[in-house]
Design a protein around this ligand. Structure first.
Ligand SMILES: C[S@@+](CC[C@H](N)C(=O)[O-])C[C@H]1O[C@@H](n2cnc3c(N)ncnc32)[C@H](O)[C@@H]1O
Length: 249
């Protein structure tokens, strides 16, 4: 099931408020780690899945990418992307990845920041990505960590009577599939899969895993946003870089 929650205007305006803050989880934790795994972009053909307002796609152009396509299911996102980023070689399209015509072996680099947990069929997603990538092409993506998606919709931090955090409890880890949570609005849908499903799906589709990051905050990030200290107790994000091409064994 596809849910276009970013076209719910209440959700979208609350989401934009969070992203406008300088000290948010994206700017302090996810994005800095994501950027450490970027391949060379010069003259590359790039596809950004769930491109949002298009900042990353525009960054790829600024780094010399030949052409960059950002796709997103949300009209709110694509309207902003098209308004704010106009460059030669930069294209935005409002389409769900599931409905996109999959290019055949022509993309050098596929990126996706925090969108894959919204996509129901992970097998098909990764199969189509593998088809779209050229030999040696790179997939770099981040998503919510399985440790946090397992429990979505339920309170995971266990507290004492004073409200202090005792520990993070996870449940239903091996029970993959749809989760609903109340984040910004009620009934936001996302999908939980185990770490082994995520990694094995890449491997089974001819993608060699090159690097995996479970980000922890730097000293500076902790100073800016002390609540990030919780990242030492459980990870929020998972970031993976993989390369198309089977290893001979
Ligand atoms: C958390 S936002 C991240 C946006 C952007 N990547 C960024 O980092 O700023 C997730 C994005 O994924 C998009 N999305 C969700 N499901 C999608 C799907 N099936 N196909 C394409 N985009 C999708 C949403 O509309 C939203 O813009």
């Amino acid at each position: 099931m596809k849910q276009n929650i970013y076209d719910n205007n209440t959700f979208f305006s609350k989401y934009q408020e969070i992203r406008a803050r300088e000290n948010n989880y994206n700017n302090l934790l996810e994005q800095p780690n994501f950027f450490t795994l970027l391949p060379t972009l010069k003259n590359k053909t790039v596809l950004d899945i769930g491109c949002g307002v298009g900042d990353f796609a525009a960054y790829c152009i600024s780094q010399g990418a030949k052409n960059v396509t950002g796709i997103d299911i949300s009209s709110n996102m694509i309207t902003k992307a098209k308004k704010h980023h106009i460059h030669q070689g930069l294209y935005f399209e409002q389409v769900a990845f599931e409905d996109m015509e999959v290019p055949n072996g022509t993309i050098d680099f596929i990126s996706s920041s925090l969108a894959f947990h919204y996509i129901a069929d992970f097998q098909l997603l990764i199969k189509n990505i593998s088809t779209a990538l050229c030999e040696g092409g790179i997939l770099l993506f981040s998503l919510e960590h399985p440790i946090v998606t397992a429990n979505k919709g339920k309170e995971s931090w266990v507290t004492n009577e004073e409200g202090n955090l005792l520990h993070f409890a996870i449940d239903n880890y091996q029970n993959e599939g749809l989760r609903t949570q109340n984040w910004l609005v009620d009934n936001v849908i996302m999908y939980h899969r185990t770490l082994s499903t995520i990694l094995n799906t890449l491997i089974e589709n001819g993608l060699q895993i090159e690097k995996v990051i479970e980000p922890i905050p730097t000293e500076e990030a902790l100073y800016s946003l002390p609540s990030l200290s919780k990242e030492f107790r459980r990870p929020t994000f998972l970031i993976i870089r993989a390369k198309k091409g089977y290893i001979n064994s």
